[in-house]
Every structure is written in structure tokens, then in C-alpha cells.
Write a protein that binds this ligand. Structure first.
Ligand code: ADP
Length: 421
């Protein structure tokens, strides 16, 4: 399947185009329309090679549909990034959307030892009979920011919003089959008002759908009816792709929970640790350390698993910052066992839209059994959210255990450092 894309444009034409691109006299996005997407990708890459005197041949080896990728996902495309995908599992999970299943989870990463470590976490969970996972559809949010003349106009504006809920809803939802307004949460500061709209977006992550809907309601209804000006469609009170207390407290996307009971045997045999040491590392590192640092990630490394899974499965990698929020719990349970859980308030995921339609990303979602069912919108995204919870729990358990046994540095020495094995 892997192929180097070859050029079918006549050599003299391609040479002229490459020279013009390299010189900057032709914009990258203005290549002639009769060229195929693959040809445009090749010409741009060759221009970069010529301009910088570097070899970019690996970027040009791909099997995805360049037409789809360059129109839906990435402008000025010159090739692809190849990120190795490893698999962890079997991971046994039980939950409303996943049922009771053993599955394998693909992780795209360049961090040696991550897959091996998370795989050990899966072994512990599965040996313990599985983790219980759940996801709640909190909803995706968009919060435009408005400017009023002061407190009095703010009050009138907020009263108008409250009294026109149904008209606002009708504009926002338009004729979408999937977008549903869940609620509007206003926040006023001085002459500034944010309206935090929260949506159910079915199986989509929803940011595009929410943004388009907000633009429509502002233009068609809010501005003309109130005379209050919208300054920006996104007012950062959303809060998309930034670490934010509002997301930590109120949630965003899916709120995900996963938990497992581990007995003495699994702790010792699989994780090479014990309850006392695990609880202490959790307390001093994840809770006290995070509090001392002012962190909102009371966890060991949600971001590692979230990033690897998001990249593999075509999720928005910038939202890893949101997926890094949350609290891990490890407490004594039964004779020398533990209860362990992860709670992620802000996990935006998608089974459709964004990067989910690209070939490798689609195959990863297939491997995870994440398939959109037109009869049951939203179900596939909830399944994916539950899987994220299970995989993150596996990652937490293994890293925390490695820290108790001082195994971490040794694993990195062995697995993560090129030339030093
Ligand atoms: P997003 O809004 O998540 O950023 P897109 O802009 O790609 O992503 O929007 C998702 C698109 O997928 C919308 O046009 C929506 O109508 C369509 N769609 C089809 N099936 C579904 C589904 N089951 N759930 C949500 N959206 C769906």
C-alpha cells in the first residue's frame, strides 16, 4: 500500500511550478486546479526540498486520500507525519456503552516505554476482572463575548436572553439533525458578557457545528434584537484547547470515569507493588504535589495516553490539554488491595468529523469498534469516551506502580533511549 507519490505533470511544467513555489512567486495554495491533490502535494514538497536543500522523501510516502486530507484536514499539504502505533491489551472494560468487552487499544507515540507501561496496566485491570467505565455527555461549549455599555445594559441583555430561550434554541439548532442546545450559562464582568452555550453534538466533537450555530444566532437574532455587539465568536470562556477551571468544574465534551479493584495478588504479581506504597505515591505525588504546583491535573500522566489515543484515532490533538485535567484516586480496599479510579471532567471526543475520516484514523476507530450508527446518534462517541477512560486508568496504574518500585528510570533507560540499549 505504501507508495511514493509520482508526478504525472510534464517535466517542464512541474519544474516551472516548483521553481515558482520555491521562489515565492507562486503561493502554495494557488497551484493550477487541473492538478490532482497528490500532484500538488508532490510539487510543494519538491519546492521545499529545493528551497532548503533537504530531503523530504519520507514525508511523501502515504496511502491516505490526499484529496480528502488536503480539502478537509490540512491546507498546503506536503506529505504526512508517520507516528508509530503500538497496541495495548487485552483490556477488559464494562460500561453502559461498551458492554462487557476485552479490547485492544492502539496508541500513536514516539515515547519509548509508554506502550509497554500502559500494556502492563491493561494486564492488571484484566487480571482483576476488568474496569468499570462510564461517560456522561456534558456537551461541547462555545462562549461568544459581547460588549455592553455597563451594568444596566448587561441586566437588560441577560433578561432578554432568559426570555428568548426558545427563539435562541431554534436559531442555534437550525435544521441540524444532530446539534441540540443543552443550556446557556451567562457570565458578566464589567461591560463584558459571555454566553456559554452547551451542546449535544451527537457523534461529532462538535466545535465546528457549535461555532457555525453561534455565528447564526448572533447575526440573525441576538445582535439585531438587543443592539449588543458581539466582539468575538469565541470569548475564551468556552474554554477550548486551554487548561481552565471552568472546564474542570463544569465539564466539557464527555465527563469520563473509570475504576477498578486490585487485590494483593495483582498488585504484587503484575504491578510489582503493594497497596501501602501505591496509596502513598498517589497521596504525595498526585494530590499534594499537584496542589503544591497549582496544577489542575491531579494525576500522573493522563495526557500521555490521551495524546497517543487522540492522534491514533483522529481526535483533535490540541484538546489533549483538556484531557489532561482530572483526579486519580487510589485508596485501601479489602485486605491489602486498592480501589483505583480516574475522573476526567473534560474529554472531547468524536466518532465522526475532524480527522476521524482519514484512512489510518478510521481503521483505528474500526479496531476500537467505534462505528457511527445512524439510528443511535452519540452512541459511538460515548463508547470511545469509555475506552479513553479505561486506557487512561491503565496508564495511571502502571506509572504509579513504577514510581513505587523506582522502576521508571530503569524502564526509560531500557526502552526509550536510542543507542543505549
Ligand atoms: P465538528 O463539528 O465536530 O467540529 P464537523 O464539522 O466535521 O465536526 O461536523 C460533523 C458533521 O457530521 C456535521 O455536518 C454533522 O451533520 C455530520 N454528522 C453525520 N452523522 C452524525 C452523527 N451521528 N453525529 C453528529 N454529526 C453527524
Amino acid at each position: 500500500m505504501s507508495k511514493m507519490q509520482t508526478l504525472r505533470v510534464p517535466e517542464n511544467e512541474s519544474d516551472t511550478l516548483v521553481a515558482a513555489l520555491a521562489a515565492g512567486s507562486l503561493d502554495m495554495h494557488r497551484l493550477p486546479a487541473h492538478l490532482s491533490a497528490d500532484e500538488k502535494v508532490t510539487l510543494r514538497r519538491q519546492a521545499m526540498e529545493r528551497k532548503r536543500g533537504v530531503d523530504l522523501d519520507h514525508l511523501g510516502q502515504y496511502s491516505l486520500d490526499a484529496e480528502q486530507a488536503s480539502t478537509q484536514s490540512c491546507e498546503n499539504m506536503i506529505g504526512v507525519a508517520q507516528i508509530p502505533i503500538g497496541v495495548i491489551g487485552p483490556l477488559r472494560l464494562r460500561g453502559e456503552h461498551i458492554g462487557d468487552e476485552e479490547l485492544h487499544v492502539p496508541l500513536a507515540t514516539t515515547e519509548g516505554a509508554l506502550v509497554a507501561s500502559a500494556n502492563r496496566g491493561c494486564r492488571a485491570i484484566t487480571a482483576a476482572g476488568g474496569a468499570w467505565v462510564s461517560a456522561e455527555n456534558v456537551g461541547i461549549t462555545r462562549a461568544p463575548v459581547f460588549r455592553t455599555s455597563g451594568g444596566q445594559q448587561t441586566r437588560t441583555f441577560l433578561r432578554w436572553v432568559e426570555e428568548h430561550g426558545e427563539a435562541i434554541r431554534a436559531q442555534l439548532e437550525g435544521d441540524s439533525r444532530f446539534l441540540r442546545l443543552l443550556d446557556i450559562r451567562p457570565k458578566a464582568v464589567g461591560t463584558t458578557v459571555f454566553l456559554r452555550f452547551r451542546f449535544d453534538a451527537g457523534d461529532a466533537m462538535g466545535m465546528n457545528m457549535a461555532t457555525i450555530a453561534c455565528d447564526r444566532v448572533i447575526q440573525n437574532l441576538i445582535e439585531p434584537e438587543t443592539g449588543v455587539e458581539c466582539i468575538s465568536l469565541s470569548g475564551n470562556y468556552c474554554c477550548d484547547k486551554k487548561p481552565a477551571a471552568v472546564n474542570f468544574l463544569e465539564g466539557r465534551g464527555k465527563r469520563v470515569h473509570a475504576e477498578v479493584l486490585l487485590d494483593k495478588h495483582v498488585l504484587e504479581k503484575v504491578l510489582k507493588t503493594n497497596a501501602r506504597a501505591l496509596v502513598e505515591v498517589q497521596y504525595r505525588k498526585n494530590l499534594l504535589g499537584s496542589a503544591a504546583a497549582g496544577s489542575m491535573g491531579f494525576n500522573a500522566h493522563y495526557a500521555n495516553i490521551v495524546a497517543a489515543l487522540f492522534i491514533a484515532a483522529g481526535q483533535d490533538p490540541a484538546q489533549v490539554v483538556e484531557g489532561s485535567l482530572g483526579i486519580t484516586c487510589v485508596e485501601h480496599h479489602g485486605p491489602e488491595g486498592v480501589y483505583a479510579s480516574v475522573d476526567m471532567p473534560d474529554c472531547p471526543v468524536a466518532a465522526i468529523g475532524g480527522g476521524t475520516g482519514l484512512a489510518t484514523q478510521r481503521q483505528v476507530l474500526d479496531l476500537l469498534g467505534v462505528r457511527v450508527d445512524a439510528e443511535r446518534p452519540g452512541k459511538a462517541a460515548m463508547r470511545l469516551a469509555e475506552i479513553v477512560g479505561g486506557a487512561v486508568l491503565a496508564g495511571e496504574l502502571s506509572l504509579l506502580a513504577a514510581l513505587t518500585s523506582r522502576d521508571l528510570a530503569r524502564a526509560h533507560q531500557r526502552l526509550g533511549r536510542s543507542g543505549e540499549r
